[in-house]
Design a protein around this ligand. Structure first.
Ligand code: ATP
Length: 649
């Protein structure tokens, strides 16, 4: 009950108005968040802290938000910390006088380098206490560290980390080192942070003169019900603004200056800022599609098997291309950029196109498999040296001539797409489509798509419930893959967290791997299966080589697994694999989606088989715990059981 929240943003903060927020205040907040398991409680703790920041030190809010998410800049700026655990161990050893062996063994027993850092620090006595850290100071220095490149960058990074580490007090050491190691481990998902921020700005609106008590605690003056309703409205605005402009560096200053109410206009969708893409839900067969879309008009498109590309053009003519994960792929595709003028009508000034890029065989005039596309250079490609030609399949238009189109129905967006863009053989095409609701026609179209080297179909609503839902795995886009027709429905994208040494013929390489899905709510990788099938000897050698620099001294504390499945070596969660399986079953040893379908059992894959590496997904984009649970529950045999067993329906 937020109206009964007794927190006082000025009296209960331990820094004063106009001062920089001490890093210790943030570390203490993290500590409290880590100690509770209720999501609502976490949100309350964080929103109280944000309220104090809003009143006392608003210019630090951006750093507080970023550090709470352990990020330095939006994903598309590609600024990452990337400090190896061994370097951090060295820092701890050098500043505390402990040996590397002691530290290593502590990490192995606690599974958490942050805790080891904190405990090692508390043993140390200092002659002169360094100046206390501030949130802003830590944020700025972490950015400096991330930007260091070149010859002696690692040494320079270590020096800088060391100078900050000696200044850490209490739990600051834990969170500072965890930040550098890549995970905060406080269980705070981004949606919870947005909720906390919305509550904070509702309870204590930013940018007020002197903050009279009525404004300092708006929750009390508004009364419980109207406060709750206002929080709901504000959270929706904030979350929508974040979808159309996923950049806190733009959102937070606007929020502080003009309040939440004006955020959607102040942070519009804009070419040059990548949007989180709309995603599809899996289905198993044409009948499921028809049931879902009964009475709703829909269209089927071929589902191309390449790489998603969001192509932006600003009013000034700047073209940028972003991946499914908002990474900047502009320098990967100079060929696309140089041809784009050929396919846009002359009165088009700005746009955002949603497309799939596929490898194209110019002689045979056909689509090549995804594996061919993946051999292209990833960055700074030189157009004259490109060997793999690509064709861009345009399937949606999200923005045109200064106007966002995401709230328009697909039928309108598609019309504008066709009207304002042209096709060119082997270079630019509209996704092949068929508007039908006839079972046989859909089935035939699916088969044709497979013959055309596609993965299957995307089925999309046209008029009703047909807006572009940014960042959502929406029910208005269904994917229908050829392998859905038998088995599970979809492949899974899983993180490799460990390797089992090969025996016999496979001696010298790994013979199997431990895979995990990702649970964002608990910030953990949960083991889902051991895999040893689908690899050629060559694959195994390549994987073994790839993981060499990513071997860990022990499991991360955010790996959830059973000791019965302990691999010979643990890996940093750096690579995602697409995997198919026969079915999903409840497991006494694996931990995927634990607590969702069954309070104690996780879910595991039966007969998993390696398909390919998914370079376009980061470890946190792996199949999520809730997706695993959905896939498990939608299996026919499970549905039958839930309906009373025996397949009576
Ligand atoms: P996967 O690609 O393994 O199916 P995903 O999580 O990357 O999983 P999904 O939402 O499941 O994405 O499937 C949609 C993906 O299919 C898009 O991200 C896009 O890259 C690709 N795609 C190919 N053709 C189309 C199309 N006509 N319309 C929309 N997406 C398409």
């Amino acid at each position: 009950n937020p109206a009964k929240n007794k927190y006082h943003p000025i009296d209960d903060a331990f820094w004063k108005r106009g001062e920089k927020v001490p890093y210790l205040a943030l570390a203490k907040t993290f500590q409290q968040v880590e100690e509770v398991s209720s999501r609502l409680k976490m949100i309350e703790i964080l929103s109280n802290f944000f309220r104090s920041v809003i009143v006392l030190s608003p210019s630090d809010l951006l750093a507080c938000v970023n550090l709470s998410l352990n990020q330095l800049a939006p994903a598309y700026e590609g600024l990452e910390l990337g400090v190896a655990e061994t370097s951090l161990m060295k820092v701890i050893a050098q500043t505390t006088g402990r040996s590397m062996a002691q530290i290593k063994s502590d990490i192995q027993s606690t599974g958490d380098i942050g805790i080891v850092a904190e405990r090692s620090r508390s043993n140390q006595r200092m002659m002169f206490a360094p100046a206390p850290l501030t949130v802003d100071g830590v944020f700025v220095k972490l950015k400096d560290i991330a930007k260091m490149t070149g010859h002696s960058a690692m040494n320079k990074k270590v020096d800088k980390i060391q100078s900050m580490f000696v200044a850490c007090r209490h739990s600051e050491a834990r969170f500072f080192i965890r930040s550098l190691a890549g995970k905060l481990r406080i269980g705070l998902a981004e949606q919870s942070l947005l909720q906390a921020l919305a509550i904070a700005c509702t309870a204590t609106p930013p940018n007020q003169k002197d903050y009279p008590p009525k404004i300092l605690n708006a929750a009390k003056s508004l009364g419980e019900n109207s406060f709750k309703a206002k929080v709901e409205d504000n959270a929706l605005i904030l979350k929508t603004a974040y979808c159309q402009c996923p950049n806190y560096h733009k959102i937070i200053p606007e929020l502080l200056e003009h309040g939440i109410e004006n955020l959607l206009e102040r942070c519009p969708m804009e070419p040059g800022t990548p949007l989180k893409p709309m995603l599809a839900q899996p289905t198993k067969g044409v009948n499921e599609v028809l049931t879902r879309f009964e009475g709703i008009e829909f269209t089927c498109e071929w589902k191309y098997d390449g790489e998603r590309a969001q192509i932006h053009r600003s009013n000034k003519g700047v073209i940028s291309i972003y991946s499914r994960n908002q990474e900047n792929n502009t320098t990967k595709y100079p060929d696309i950029i140089s041809r784009i003028g050929d396919v846009t009508e002359s009165d088009v000034t700005s746009f955002i196109l949603d497309c799939e890029v596929v490898a194209w065989d110019q002689e045979r005039k056909q689509i090549l498999p995804f594996q061919v596309l993946s051999t292209r250079k990833r960055k700074d490609a030189d157009e004259t040296e490109i060997k793999v030609q690509v064709c861009v399949y345009m399937f949606d238009l999200l923005y045109l001539n200064d106007k966002p189109l995401v709230t328009e129905p697909f039928i309108k967006r598609r019309e504008l797409l066709y009207k304002n863009f042209k096709e060119r053989e082997g270079e630019w095409k509209f996704a092949t489509r068929l508007d039908t609701s006839d079972v046989d026609e859909v089935q035939n179209f699916l088969e044709e798509s497979i013959k055309g080297n596609c993965e299957g179909l995307m089925v999309k609503t046209l008029e009703k419930e047909a807006t572009y839902e940014i960042a959502k795995r929406s029910r208005n886009w269904l994917k229908l893959k050829k392998d859905y027709l038998s088995g599970v429905g979809d492949s899974l994208d899983l993180v490799v967290i460990g390797g089992f040494k090969g025996k016999g013929k496979r001696t010298g390489t790994y013979g199997g791997f431990l895979l995990a899905s990702y649970d964002a709510d608990n910030e953990e990788y949960q083991s889902i299966c051991k895999i040893g099938t689908g690899f050629s000897d060559d694959d195994l050698a390549k994987h073994t080589e790839f993981f060499k620099p990513h071997i860990l001294p022990g499991p991360k504390s955010y790996f959830r697994y059973d000791s019965a499945n302990e691999p010979d070596e643990w890996f940093e969660p750096v690579q995602v694999w697409e995997v198919k399986c026969a079915d999903l079953s409840l497991s006494p040893v694996h931990k995927a989606a634990i607590g969702i379908v069954d309070p104690e059992k996780g879910i595991s894959l039966r007969f998993p088989r390696f398909i390919r590496i998914r370079d376009d997904k980061s470890a946190e984009d792996a199949t999520s715990a809730s997706q695993v649970a959905d896939m498990y529950s939608s299996q026919d045999q499970i549905k039958n059981q839930q309906n009373g067993g025996g397949g009576r329906n």
